[in-house]
Design a protein. Structure first.
Lengths: 129, 129, 129, 129, 129, 129, 129, 129, 129, 129
């Protein structure tokens, strides 16, 4: 029995900073869900016009996901730090490093020293200059 | 997250033409839902960076909705015909025309005379010349 | 365990303009979902009476989707602009144009020249003359 | 949009007669849900253009619900019999008749005498002559 | 992750007339969903005791659907009018009549002449005399 | 109506005995949900006709719940035993008896001795003699 | 896109008597859903330890369902009356009795004579002497 | 009750060991959801009989959660190890220990030395001797 | 028709102690759902990099589940008591002990003697000496 | 818990590469949903032990989101490219650059020159020198 909520997007009040961050995380989820939706349809059809449109739109959803990810890094600096550490941790985990080695990444503020060029992608601070 | 389905986007088989049209309609629904989501967040925050990103992304979702709408017009010519008749019907309905007057729009092939080649919607751009 | 919400459509308050636009987008989603529902049933039965009724009703849902789309163009002029650009972009995308070519459509106000009075979409019929 | 299913309307196989009846009942549910959706929006806005369109569309959904109800009466004759008995039962229930009196309606074949040819509901119009 | 709402049926306030009509439409949906549920189980079992109980209960759900339908006709006279026109439209649609012929049904007030007092549906029984 | 599944009630195969019992439990859930739905509407309206119909229908849903409960007792004898023990356990729990006293009810077959006429309600087999 | 509601079980206010009854009906639904869940898992595994635990837990859920059913009989005497009539109706329905015979059960106030004190259900055993 | 699935608990095939573990985790979720449901109702009523029953049932759901947790420890030894380490980690986290100190718990098999009797709770195998 | 709630995680007010406990139970459910999600993906792929990341993340979710379980034991001492009794009950149930033997575990207050200081769970290891 | 599906995480078959990417996107959604869940609970309680545990767990979920994001960059190089362009686009959008300026980022293949070997994302740090 369908029960469409006629009023699902009414604004109750202005968001706090923390609630805004949660809203943007939700938006990333929405973009990823859309990418999955279009990717699945691409896999399931041979219609060339449809595939061209799906590819175009899906690629812009990827851009959106990346932009919202940047915004989260601004709103949630702890996430930005994890983003900076992630490629090193990823390499360690996928090459069989021990749990301690993985956990040691980014501890003690030494990240910049250990891995100087890594934070570049998110040198959000300099952007603010 | 009631019981996340780990395998919700597996492709069961290639789509028929009719199933492809249904998939694209679903995609329009997803784009409209995203527009509503971002519009609601825009209404609920004063954070200027967030608003700039939300506006940029939301505008591209509008483009996506319009592109998928074009694709549906290709896949479902009956929808394209209704699109052609809609602005006239809209004007009649909102100015208090009778039910008969509204229903008469597009009947009798008169649209075909004005707009002979099919699918017309695809040449809407040329109309603007 | 079924949990029907007995009060899912109570009106909390009058809608703002932006909330009204979101409500109409939701209605388009509802119409598209209905079209998909009936189209799927049409594919799945050979009962001629049922097919006749399904076709009749489905066609009117297409009309509804087109009418709500017109209404959105009135409530959200940015969507109307994307609708105007969409057929040209569609053609470019499906014929392999570069990303820049696609993005260039509608930039520079050229559409405004061709189609000066606003809301243009409402006079789309006249464009066909 | 918890995990949009990309393939929610694929046709698994042709429907049996009983499954077709269940599908049409689902369609009535969808029409009633749409009526509720539009009625709620009508209550929540003063925008006259929006109200005109909502009224037009909502009225056609009422027609659709009535048409699908006719179709169910064809597919499920037991439902048609209950439809014939309903107005009398309704009057008895709302005027305080006993449970036995209500249950007695339609028993004993008396309806068949009054309304011999089947399916009767389909000739309801002629009754109005 | 199951999230049962412990308080899904709390009454927020008395319903308006329009909200009551929406509630009754929801109830019809619930009855149709139940009929579909029991009909599906009937199709799927050979246990004779279970079938007897399912048939008994399902038949009373049909009665409930018919009674709520009567109530909607009282609360929403526009629906009652569509109910009166539906059998004629159904016949036209399923015998290949044109769109104009179908739309002409019920126009011109002819039904009002045949059936002057309102709400007509309540005297449907007397029509059968 | 998040993505109406057009084919939600197709019968995949005949049910096993255990699956039939699960289906009937689901049906009890559906009946209880309906009772809650109608009871909530009764609390929320003063419309006397609506209340009369809601009371009539709700009472028959209670009957249905009771009938399906009987059927479960037939299909699941362990449930029937718990039904026989429940009134005694209920009395003990609500009068502050210890956990051991509650758990002792029905153990060792002593129930029949302590409470010989209690199982009557469910001596369904004898009823058939 | 998962959307877990972080606050799904906050208490809005004390329940009315009718709302308490609805809450307990919901709890019965939850117990029946759990029984179905565990029963399905029992059918699907041969792991003996798992089966022993599942059987133990499932049996206590049956007890819970029976206890909540007793509580509903206290809170909703009309349900208790239907429970008393159900075994007789069940027998009639499953042995082919007419609709009138089934409906006649419990009519005429005879139960009230046999079972004067309220709530009867709590002394259901003695009633059966 | 959006479109009750009549066949939601059919057994598709025997579970693998890993699937059985996933099923038991789902069962823990169901038990925790039930505890939350009953706890919320306890907070929301002053009816003493209802509170006594709710307390009794809720306490047994706690027992079920604990039993299923034991079963998971058997099926998923890595979870059992984390259970053994959890009280020490909990103490460290809540007393402000560094991330390294927390992560060091349980590494290198030193846990047994530091906290020899801790694993007792889950030396389920020895219990069986 | 997707209906994403844009504001699903707004904080309505500070939680009571009982509501906090319910929130933490919900969090355990979320962790178990995530473990199931990742475990299912592990079963379904041979991509070694993906498997390494999935194993790493899944193992930390197990730690989270264990930590939240500790927190529940602090917030809900009755759950802690059931945790202490569970391994003994598990052994009894899986070795065929009678219902009375199982229920006798933990009765008689002997745990309180062994384990006087609170919160016991945090010193659970020492209790076992 | 609308009808708990007992078998929601059964593995139907090995995933294709594209399906694996979709699964990992779903996992990011799950991690973001968990972060939102815990962040909301942190906002809603003053219990210091609970806050310490929530902070610890939430921070590891951020790490998981970052790790899965790395994995997506490996599985979907087009996403990696958008990640590389995102900080520049973010700066342009939030400082009022024109649509063309934003779209020009990353066009012209210059990225490919700077970053020839694939997958680039894994050496993202060096790219920025």
């Amino acid at each position: 029995m369908p029960q469409t909520n006629p009023f699902h997007s009414l604004v109750p009040r202005k968001l706090t900073d923390s609630e805004l961050a949660r809203s943007i995380r939700l938006n990333i989820e929405a973009e990823l869900d859309a990418i999955n939706l279009y990717a699945a349809h691409l896999d399931a059809t041979d219609n060339e016009e449809a595939k061209a449109i799906l590819r175009h739109v899906m690629d812009e959803e990827r851009e959106h996901a990346a932009l919202f990810w940047q915004l989260i890094a601004r709103l949630d600096p702890a996430q930005a730090q994890h983003d900076r550490d992630a490629s090193q941790k990823y390499r360690l985990i996928t090459t069989g490093a021990s749990h301690e080695e993985v956990e040691a990444v980014g501890e003690g503020g030494s990240v910049a020293e250990v891995d100087p060029e890594l934070p570049k992608r998110l040198t959000v601070g300099s952007l603010r200059k």
